[in-house]
Design a protein around this ligand. Structure first.
Ligand SMILES: Cc1cc2nc3c(=O)[nH]c(=O)nc-3n(C[C@H](O)[C@H](O)[C@H](O)COP(=O)(O)OP(=O)(O)OC[C@H]3O[C@@H](n4cnc5c(N)ncnc54)[C@H](O)[C@@H]3O)c2cc1C
Length: 600
């Protein structure tokens, strides 16, 4: 066994949340920071984000008299502002279907403008207005144009900007290292067990503070916009270590994934004025959200699309698609604002969106739930908000909760940046305030994970042993069919029973590849076990929540029920491995933002 690696701070995840935290802590004077990433840091999923990052900058406004989808123009120096953090706050609360914590949303929207200017001052290459300010476009559920963008490469340019700053400030990156376990002894977080994927060796990393910024978990569904790496390792590892998971039943389906592939056609397509049409060529959103049309929030648009498909008005030979029509935008606008989307449609559909509509369908996209934290990234262990000492989290794997039951587009890059930055400051304060390096007393900390890997690699297994890939495939179809856009008791019961069966199958499954170096079979087995672990929590939470709110839509309980369900779910792993659910109040300003019916 190799000697433990020691850091003041170890961060798992090199997307926007992890990189912001690392950069800030380093800037604050913490010199010994290690950031682990299972993929090269610049391949983190933040880099795939296309459409924009929200902040009420007030750089553009709708041209007067042209209606809600008309052209935008620069706001002159003496012009009235059209946007404010307060308006951003209300839109986010409404988008969350009143499940977002309003004290947390307040922090998100009030840090937003400042974080945009910090990006700008670091040299981030935003698209610009004619007078040189950061350009803005419309996005679903936002009542002002506040999506700040860099063509449709927004995540890419933000991530490159912060990564460069991390390198400048001396952050150590462990590229292609995979974290398997959070080490907690006597209630105190002491480090992680990680695999160097290249050599297959397991290492113990001892640290004063550990942060998870491991991103989303969309890979539990068959049709998803998420990268193959988004297997929810962080939430599963934290849950296995005794951390509760919050609001896991709220999973966002994005309306415009490429048909059958799920790969995203950014919401910027609709932000720039794109239409959705059913198989009869009708702009069906006028029947579901007449004011907002295609720019209604994602939960509503996805449900509307699925309803059109389910009622036989889908597009294409099999009537299972919807058309995203951009042809009226014109060549110049598409080349300037949506070049990546055009390329994706050409590569995966063989369609040039300048001339033809693209066939799309709803796709699993974003995880509203995750590891519960306060606004400074401190992980909490229960409904009373007691801290999980030495453990921090931010970004998509965390649940602060600013998105509640449904996230508005562009609020996630913002969340990862704002709460990544705040967590960086908090960890620096924690270290400088005298945090100790608690030694790992377990004489063989990698043993459990070594045994786990040896079991899936055991070549003396009986001939009945199954393979891992079919289990992962079955899980993904199960989640798509039984825990998708529309849910009900029967489907969810079936989904949960199937997960239990698949967990049983997993204990008998083995991998073929016996090599140690870069063994992607072993990696896939570990990821599949994580997918099974958190999927059980998602389905159990969805089964228990007998109401419809935001992205959680029950056909057998169609109304939002504020009397019984205006509360967050917490899931703890029990002794027998199954989730035990409890609930936590939502923070609401009853004077200013009391719950109302959500209409668009
Ligand atoms: C296609 C697409 C487009 C999007 N567009 C937008 C948009 O326009 N605007 C917006 O606001 N939001 C958008 N989102 C959402 C947004 O991009 C993400 O929510 C956000 O970038 C997440 O950032 P993060 O730092 O939390 O995680 P990520 O950027 O996903 O990073 C996760 C990191 O964790 C690492 N990791 C995970 N597990 C392990 C492990 N076991 N061991 C070691 N490392 C691990 C990964 O390697 C990676 O470095 C989009 C999402 C998708 C899928």
């Amino acid at each position: 066994m190799s000697d433990p690696i020691v850091h003041d701070i170890v961060i798992v995840g090199a997307g926007l949340a992890g990189s912001w935290a690392a950069m800030v802590a380093a800037r604050e004077g913490i010199t010994n920071i290690g950031v682990l990433s299972k993929v090269h840091p610049l391949r983190s999923h933040s880099g795939a984000a296309q459409g924009g990052i929200a902040a009420a900058l007030n750089n553009v406004r709708p041209v007067e008299g042209t209606g809600p989808r008309g052209p935008l123009e620069q706001i002159p120096a003496d012009g009235e502002p059209v946007d404010s953090p307060d308006l951003h706050m209300f839109d986010t609360i409404k988008g969350s279907d009143w499940l977002g914590d309003q004290d947390k949303i307040h922090v998100l929207v009030n840090d937003a403008v400042d974080i945009l200017y910090e990006y700008e001052h670091m040299g981030c290459v935003f698209s610009r207005t004619a007078d040189g300010r950061i350009n803005q476009r419309r996005f679903g559920g936002h009542s002002a144009p506040r999506a700040n963008f860099a063509a449709d490469w927004t995540g890419h340019v933000l991530l490159h900007t912060i990564h460069e700053q991390c390198l400048k400030h001396g952050v150590n990156f462990y590229s292609e290292w995979y974290v398997l376990e959070l080490i907690v002894e006597d209630g105190i977080t002491r480090g992680v067990v990680a695999m160097d994927i290249l050599t297959g060796e397991l290492h113990t990393i001892n640290a004063k503070a550990v942060m998870f910024a491991t991103g989303g978990y969309g890979r539990a569904w068959k049709i998803t916009s998420n990268a193959t790496a988004n297997t929810g390792d962080g939430v599963a590892v934290a849950y296995n270590a005794g951390v509760p998971l919050m609001d896991m039943e709220f999973v966002q389906f994005h309306p415009t994934g490429i048909y059958k592939h799920g790969i995203l056609m950014s919401e910027a397509c609709r932000g720039e004025g794109g239409y959705l049409r059913n198989g009869n060529g009708e702009r069906f959103m006028e029947n579901y959200a007449p004011d907002k049309m295609e720019l209604a929030p994602r939960d509503l648009v996805s449900r509307s699309e699925q309803t059109e498909i389910d009622q036989g008005r889908g597009a294409g030979d099999d009537k299972q698609g919807i058309y995203l029509d951009l042809t009226h935008l014109g060549r110049e606008k598409i080349l300037q604002r949506l070049p990546q989307v055009r390329e994706i449609a050409m590569n995966f559909l063989g369609v040039d969106i300048i001339d033809e509509p693209a066939k799309i369908q709803p796709t699993a996209h974003y995880s509203m739930g995750g590891i519960p934290t306060d606004v400074n990234g401190q992980v909490i262990r229960n409904a009373e908000g007691e801290p999980f000492t030495g453990f921090f989290a931010a970004g998509e794997c965390a649940c602060v909760s600013v998105h509640g039951a449904n996230r508005l587009g562009t609020n996630s890059l913002l969340e990862a940046s704002v709460f990544g930055r705040r967590t960086g400051y908090e960890m620096a304060r924690f270290i400088e305030g005298g945090a100790k390096l608690h030694p790992i007393t377990n004489p063989d900390p990698t043993k459990k994970q070594r045994e786990r890997i040896e079991r899936v690699m055991d070549k003396h297994n009986d001939s009945q042993a199954g393979r891992i890939a079919p289990i992962a495939e079955a899980l993904k179809w199960n989640m798509t069919d039984n825990c998708g856009i529309f849910r009900n008791e029967e489907k969810l019961e079936k989904g949960l029973a199937r997960i239990h069966e698949l967990k049983g199958d997993f204990t008998k499954a083995r991998v073929m590849d016996q090599s140690r170096r870069f063994n992607t079979d072993v990696l896939m087995a570990l990821e599949t076990e994580n997918l099974l672990t958190f999927s059980e929590v998602v389905v159990a939470g969805a089964l228990a929540r007998t109401e419809s709110r935001g992205a959680h839509s029950r056909t057998d309980h169609q109304k939002r029920d504020d009397t019984d369900w205006l509360k967050h779910t917490l899931a703890h792993k029990s002794e027998n491995g199954e989730p035990v659910l409890s609930y936590k109040d939502v923070c609401i300003d009853w004077e200013k933002y009391p719950p109302q019916e959500r209409k668009y």
